[in-house]
Design a protein around this ligand. Structure first.
Ligand SMILES: [Zn+2]
Length: 404
C-alpha cells in the first residue's frame, strides 16, 4: 500500500537524465517507485496529466532570519506554495546569532531550512552598515565551530565581497572565509558586488565554491564592465567554481544575462536572494525567477536542473535531495508550463520582459506531505504584510545598500 501516487506527469529528473511520462509512488517520507503505469493500492492518488513533476526546488540563497535581522522574511508558506522544499539562508546568521536561527527558524519550519554561516560573527543583522567594515567581526575558528556543531543545517560559509560590505579590508576577509570553509570541508558562497578586484576574488576561491549574483551590473561584474566575459571568469569555471543567479533586489539585470547567454555562459544554479526588499518587486519566488531564465532562452530541462539537482550538489547534498531516485526523501514539485501567454517579468533595473512561458506551481510534496498553493494563501499574505513593514522601515537605507 502506497501513501501517495502521483500519476501521468512528465517527470523531469536531471539526476537520472529522465524526462518522460512516469508515475511516482511515495510511502512515508520516501520515494519508493518511479515507473510507467504503477499499479497497486494507494491511500491517495493525484492525477498530474499535462503537468511536469520534478524534484522539489532548492533555493540556495534567501534571507529567512525574520525578527532578528533587517532583511529577514518568513518564507515557509511561500516556499511550500511554489514548489520549494529546501531553502538555504545565505549568511543571515554568523556564529554569534546562529543558535537563535537554528531554534527559531530552521527547527520550526516545514520547508527544509539550511544555512551558510556568515564569516562575520554578526551575520546580516543590520543592513545599512557593512558587516565586515571592521575585520574584527570575522572569526574563522568560531564560524567553523558552529558549522561543526550543527552539520545537518550548516552547508558552508557566506561572505559578501563588495566595497560597501568590506570597507578597506580588500581580500583579507575572504582568506578568513577560506580558512573556515577548508576546516569544515564546505563551500563558500561569495556575493559579488562593486569595488573589488574580481580576478583576485576568483583566484582565491576553491573548486566547489559559489559566486552568487553572477548577473549583477553594479560595476566590477563578470564582463569587467566591458563586452566580453573576463578570462578570469572562464578560468574559475574551468577549475570548478560555480556561478549562481542570486536575483535579489539589486543583482539580476536582464541585459547582463542576455549578454552572458549569447557568449554561452549560463549560471550553474538559479536562486532568488529573497529578502524583505526584494520579495515584491521583482523576485516573488523561485519559479518566477526560473521563468525569467526560461524566457531569456535557457531550455526547460536546464532550468529544472539549475533549480534542483545542481543546487543540491552545490551544497554537497546531491545524495539526499534534488533527485527522484528511489529511497530518497519525497520532496517533489509539480508545475504547469504555461506556453502561450504574455507573461510580464521585471529585473532589478525595472526592465520589462514579456515572455510566452511561465512555470505555474500547482503542488508541492515535502517529505511526503502534500501542499496545495491555495491552502497557503492566507499564511502567505500575513507573512507578506510583515515583510512589507520591514521593507518600509528600511526604506532609504536599504535602497542605498542594494547598490553595493
Ligand atoms: Zn543575499
Amino acid at each position: 500500500m502506497y501513501d501517495l501516487l502521483l500519476t501521468g506527469a512528465t517527470v523531469i529528473d536531471p539526476s537520472q537524465s529522465l524526462s518522460a511520462i512516469r508515475d511516482v509512488a511515495v510511502t512515508g517520507d520516501r520515494i519508493v517507485e518511479v515507473a510507467e503505469n504503477i499499479q497497486g493500492d494507494t491511500r491517495r492518488r493525484i492525477d498530474l496529466s499535462g503537468r511536469i513533476l520534478t524534484p522539489g526546488f532548492i533555493d540556495i540563497h534567501a534571507h529567512l532570519y525574520a525578527g532578528s535581522t533587517s532583511w529577514g522574511i518568513r518564507a515557509d508558506a511561500l516556499c511550500l506554495a511554489t514548489g520549494v522544499t529546501t531553502v538555504v539562508d545565505a549568511g543571515s546568521a554568523g556564529w554569534a546569532n546562529f543558535w537563535g536561527f537554528e531554534e527559531n527558524i530552521a527547527a520550526t519550519s516545514r520547508t527544509q531550512i539550511l544555512a551558510f554561516v556568515h564569516i562575520s560573527g554578526i551575520g546580516l543583522t543590520y543592513g545599512p552598515l557593512g558587516e565586515l567594515e571592521d575585520i574584527r567581526y570575522a572569526c574563522p575558528e568560531r564560524t567553523a565551530a558552529i558549522i561543526s556543531a550543527w552539520p545537518e543545517t550548516c552547508v558552508g560559509v557566506k561572505i559578501r565581497m563588495g566595497r560597501f560590505q568590506l570597507g578597506d579590508n580588500g581580500i583579507a576577509p575572504l582568506k578568513l572565509a577560506v580558512e573556515a570553509a577548508t576546516a569544515t570541508k564546505t563551500p563558500i558562497m561569495a556575493h559579488l558586488g562593486p569595488g573589488i578586484d574580481l580576478p583576485e576574488v576568483l583566484e582565491t576561491l576553491r573548486p566547489g565554491d559559489i559566486i552568487t549574483h553572477c548577473y549583477h551590473d553594479k560595476g566590477d561584474d563578470i564582463f569587467g564592465d566591458g563586452e566580453r566575459i573576463l578570462p578570469a571568469v572562464w578560468e574559475a569555471r574551468e577549475r570548478g567554481v560555480l556561478f549562481d543567479v542570486g536575483h535579489g533586489g539589486g543583482s539580476f539585470a536582464f541585459h547582463i544575462a542576455r549578454k552572458a547567454l549569447a557568449q554561452d555562459f549560463t549560471a550553474d544554479v538559479i536562486s532568488t536572494d529573497l529578502h524583505c526588499a526584494s520579495l515584491e518587486d521583482p523576485v516573488y519566488s523561485l519559479p518566477e525567477t526560473a521563468s525569467k531564465l526560461l524566457n531569456l532562452g535557457v531550455p526547460l530541462d536546464d532550468v529544472i536542473r539549475q533549480c534542483t539537482t545542481a543546487p543540491a550538489e552545490s551544497i554537497q547534498r546531491g545524495d539526499e535531495f534534488g533527485t527522484l531516485r528511489t529511497g530518497t526523501i519525497a520532496d517533489l514539485a509539480a508545475f504547469e508550463v504555461e506556453q502561450d501567454g504574455a507573461f510580464e517579468f521585471h529585473d532589478i533595473r525595472d526592465e520589462r520582459l514579456v515572455g510566452s512561458q511561465n512555470l505555474r506551481p500547482v503542488l508541492t510534496v515535502r517529505a511526503g506531505s502534500v501542499f496545495d498553493p491555495d491552502d497557503l494563501a492566507d499564511e502567505r499574505e500575513t507573512d507578506r504584510l510583515r515583510s512589507m513593514r520591514m521593507k518600509a522601515l528600511g526604506k532609504g537605507d536599504i535602497d542605498t545598500f542594494l547598490r553595493g
